[in-house]
Design a binder for this molecule. Structure first.
Ligand code: 2AM
Ligand code: CA
Length: 266
């Protein structure tokens, strides 16, 4: 690993510490599936446990930094210049169902720009890391987005819509639009890992609506440092933490964007 700034070391430490209890909890899921206990409650406590360990570790190092998290909301609200953005379990549904496609995701934001991030899938033992200007890594190897040039050959990943989504038809029209032009579309259920997989070239592109900032904060820097392009579309000024995202290699970015934007106009 060639990234070893204090911030990166702190992220790695917090992540490794939290993942120990997360792995234990994931092991418990199998027992819960066959018992009468509600796995949903268990997941939310696993979420909280993981988040607590991460928050404690980060606050120990920087008591004054702001923190945005899925479970506890905002800590040190007045510090908007230095903030950690935490998703303790991204891919909660997968976790709940015993599917090992979930990750801890933590981004560090300075003056409104993500400076470094970590996405860790503790079951696969895959750690994606990046720091502005210093590249993106999967475990010890430098990663880059794919070199796929033609959208018709592209493998694209997406997510949603949620059960409660009010724009399901729009999302499905968009899906058809993209599906008609690309080689294939996948849906894996963890936004953080979806972006990380674009960053290391497993997928050529990713788009999803109705996300929260913590789902993708770490992914942004990992993708950018891997040479990928990111766009947010149809942002709502009143909901700055809500995101619609499009991320891909540089070759297919404009074409993929056109497929989604085109659909919006129809
Ligand atoms: P989560 O697992 O942390 O909830 C699934 O398509 C992806 O969308 C996951 O990364 C999931 O994050 C994210 N997502 C964000 N908000 C969601 C919601 N309300 N319901 C389902 N998935 C959501
Ligand atoms: Ca999430």
């Amino acid at each position: 690993m060639r990234l070893n700034s204090p911030q990166i070391n702190l992220l790695t430490r917090a992540c490794m510490k939290a993942s120990k209890s997360l792995i234990r909890d994931f092991g418990e899921i199998e027992n819960l599936q066959v018992s009468s206990k509600a796995p949903g409650d268990f997941v939310s406590s696993a979420d909280k446990r993981t988040e607590k360990i991460i928050v404690e570790e980060l606050l120990k190092a920087h008591p004054e930094y702001g923190i945005i998290t899925e479970e506890s909301g905002i800590i040190n609200k007045s510090n908007v210049n230095n903030r950690w953005i935490i998703d303790p379990i991204d891919g909660t549904m997968n976790f709940l169902n015993g599917i090992p496609q979930f990750a801890i995701s933590i981004g560090y934001e300075e003056n409104n720009e993500i400076k470094c991030g970590i996405i860790f899938n503790p079951v696969m033992n895959e750690m994606f890391l990046a720091e502005k200007g210093n590249g993106a890594y999967l475990n010890n190897s430098r990663i880059r987005v794919s070199n796929k040039k033609k959208i018709k050959d592209a493998l694209i990943v997406t997510g949603g819509p949620k059960q409660v989504s009010k724009i399901k038809e729009k999302i499905f029209r968009e899906y058809i639009n993209v599906s008609n032009q690309v080689s294939n579309v996948r849906k894996f259920g963890s936004a953080a890992l979806d972006i990380a997989y674009v960053a290391c070239g497993r997928f050529d592109g990713y788009w999803q609506r109705e996300l929260n900032y913590w789902d993708i904060a770490a992914g942004l820097i990992i993708l950018k440092e891997a040479g990928g392009f990111v766009d947010f579309f149809e942002e709502e000024r009143n909901y700055p933490l809500k995101k619609n995202i499009l991320a891909s290699n540089s070759h297919i970015h404009d074409e993929l964007k056109e497929l989604i934007i085109k659909k919006d106009i129809e």
